[in-house]
Design a protein around this ligand. Sequence first.
Ligand code: SUG
Length: 418
Amino acid sequence: MVQEINFDGIIGPSHNYAGLSFGNIASSTHAGQLSYPRQAALQGLAKMRHNINLGLAQGFFMPLDRPNSGWLNALGTGIDDAEAHIRAAAYSASSMWAANAATISPAPDSMDGKCHITPANLLSMPHRSHEWPDTMAQLKLAFANPDHFTVHAPVPPPFGDEGAANHMRLCTGHDGTGVEIFVYGKAGGPFPARQHVEASKAVVRKHGLPEDRVIFAEQSQQAIAAGAFHNDVVAVANERVLFAHEQAFAHRETFYAEVKQKFPQVEIITVPADKVSLADAIKSYLFNAQLITLPDNGGMALILPTEAKETAAVWSYLEQLVSGNGAIRKLYPVDVRQSMANGGGPACLRLRVVTDPKLVDPRFIATNKKLDIISGIIEKHWPETISPDQLVDDGLRKTVQNARRKLLEACSLLELQA
Ligand code: SUG
């Protein structure tokens, strides 16, 4: 049966706060703090369990090998000699944010009837730019069936592509044909616009999406300047619902008109700036929720970060929203604070793939039993804390590498070992 499967990135043992993402306010404000990789990974697992227990299909991806010695070698250095910012970039556990792994066009959307996958090149941020080769290897393994999936090469430089974080899909049911929205940035005031329109256009062409079911929308400069470094910080879509902040898009009315023309069944919920300011939206990550359809006609629900509950204006808006008779009926706050402190909420941690789970390599499909095994590995092998000045320690390197190896072993995925 075709379903939406959320693949979460398991939070890697090198999770730390090095302040690497300029334009991502949480990353900058937590720079230098002590991180808790074990707690971080367990928070991620608890979110997966929460969603499985709601009846949703769940998958996961392995963390990448860190520090990335191949990348350091290509830069003519190594972990001991690298400059501090390069060493930190090599150590980043940023592949946890699976929404940036790739852009996915489900089979019903494409002209050849296959599910198309393009790994994101993430070239705007040095620490993320070296994720894609290993992410691509993993995607090729998970979605290996050539009759159903095509895994493309990433868009070449200089066009920055950040994957599903800037991509939304509207459809009447997950197995029906969808209209895909590609959000790009042109300017971000003091901050970079990471998604380039030429990259979005390339993905559309490679995925073979027909023009009448594709929309390009410019992210507002105001949103990027306020810290919305990805569109999924200010907007989210599920089935026929688009839930967005009033200031998310550069040309809101023109964009909404095109959405209504190409997908007349749409229900747009715009959160007004006088109810929730852009600053509160970004601080609380209200839109970085997983907007999901509950099984058994339960309506839709938002899986939100607990920070949304702690932001008064946001929570009172949401309580009002779900008390009406609208599409969104339930709110489920989840604690992913360790990831949030680096700017990654519940939606950043997952990549949505609409397909039949039977077509996916079963090693990447989660069950509560498998998550028990994984949490055992994490409790035993993930470092409890990391401070950025520890990245020079050889002991930490060995601990991090050994921890990932134990996880690969437990999941029968040692072939991902470099
Ligand atoms: O790319 N943070 C990530 C957060 C990604 C969130 N993803 C989505 N919005 N889909 C980023 O900015 C911080 C790492 C550090 O500072 O060490 C970081 O990479």
